[in-house]
Design a protein around this ligand. Sequence first.
Ligand code: UDP
Ligand code: MG
Length: 340
Amino acid sequence: MKILDDPRTLKRDDPARSTGDAPEISIFLPVYNEEPNLMPLHAKLDEALKTLDRSAEIVYVDDGSTDGSLKILRDIAEVDPRVRVVGLRRNYGQTAAMAAGIDAASGKVLIPMDADLQNDPADIKRLLEKLDEGYDVVSGWRKNRQDKMFTRKIPSMIANRIISWIGGVPLHDYGCSLKAYRRESLQDVRLYGEMHRFIPIYASWAGARVTELPVTHHARTMGKSKYGLSRTLKVVFDLMTIKFMASYQTKPIYVFGMFGMLAFAISLIAGLYAVFLKIIHKADFVQTPLPILAIVMFAVGVQFLLMGLLAEMLVRTYHESQAKAIYAVRERLGFRNDNS
Ligand code: UDP
Ligand code: MG
C-alpha cells in the first residue's frame, strides 16, 4: 500500500484519468463512524450497480472515524476491485470528505451519497437516466424526508428557499447528498465550510444545466446523525460568503472604493460648510464639530481606499492559491496507479 500525503498528487486532470480505463461512474461516500451501516450499504450498492450497464468505482472516504469503519472499508476493498478507500488523517467534516472523494474519483459521472443508508442506491439508475436527458447536474430531492421535523425539516425548508433565491438556482433540497454530476461541471469547484451543498449553484454559475429528481429517503436506523439545528445557521453564513465572493471577488476595490468616495464626499461637504460658516457667519472653527468631521471622514476615506487595494492583493493571492487542498490524505487503497 502506497501512502500519499500530498493531496496535490491527486490532481483532477491527471492524465491517467483521461485514459480509456476510467470508469463511467464514480460513487463516492463520506464515512464517519458508520460501522454498522457499511456492510449492508455495500451490499445494496453492489445490487444497484448490477442493474446498471456501466462500469463503476466506489470511493469510500473515511473521515477520521473512531470506530471500526476504516477496518471494514479495508476488508471491502480487499474483496471488491471496484472499491477505493481514502482515509483522512482526522475528522475534517462532511464537506472536506466529499472534496477528497471528488479528487480521488476518476469516473465521467460523479455520484455522492451518504454512507448511513438514508439514501437509496437504487435511485442511482434514475439519476443517470436524468443526466442522459442532457443535464450536467441532477440533484436529489428528498420529497418524503425521514428526519426530525423541527430541528431538521423545517429549518432546511426555509434554508432551501433562501439558497434558491440568493443563488438563483431553484431547488427544493440542496441538503440531499445524493446527486449526480458530470465531471466537467465539478471542474475548479473548491469546497469550504458546509459548502458541498452549493455545488449545483457553482456549477450553474459556470454554465451547467441543473435539474432535480425526487429520491427515496430512509430514516436512519443504525449509527447516529452528526448534525442538529446549528448546521442551518452555518449554511446561511456560507451562503452569504459565496454570494459576496461571486459578486465582488474579482473587484473588491469597487466595493471599498465606493465607501471611500462616500467618506470623501462627507468630508468635503463638512469642510466646505465649516468654511462657509466661518466666512459668512463669522463662526469660529471650534464652534461646530464640522472641521473634526471633515478630518475624520478624510482619514476614513483614505483607509477605505487602502483597504480596497489590500483586498485586491488578497484576491489575487486567493486565486493563485486555489490549488491548495483542504484536507490531508493518510492512505489510498485500491487505486490503479498505486503500485501496492
Ligand atoms: N459525515 C462525515 N464527516 C462528518 C460528519 C458526517 O463524513 O464529520 C458523513 C456521514 O458518515 C454520512 C454523511 O456524512 O455518510 C451524512 O451525515 P449524517 O447522516 O450524520 O447527516 P444527516 O443525514 O443527519 O444530515
Ligand atoms: Mg444521514
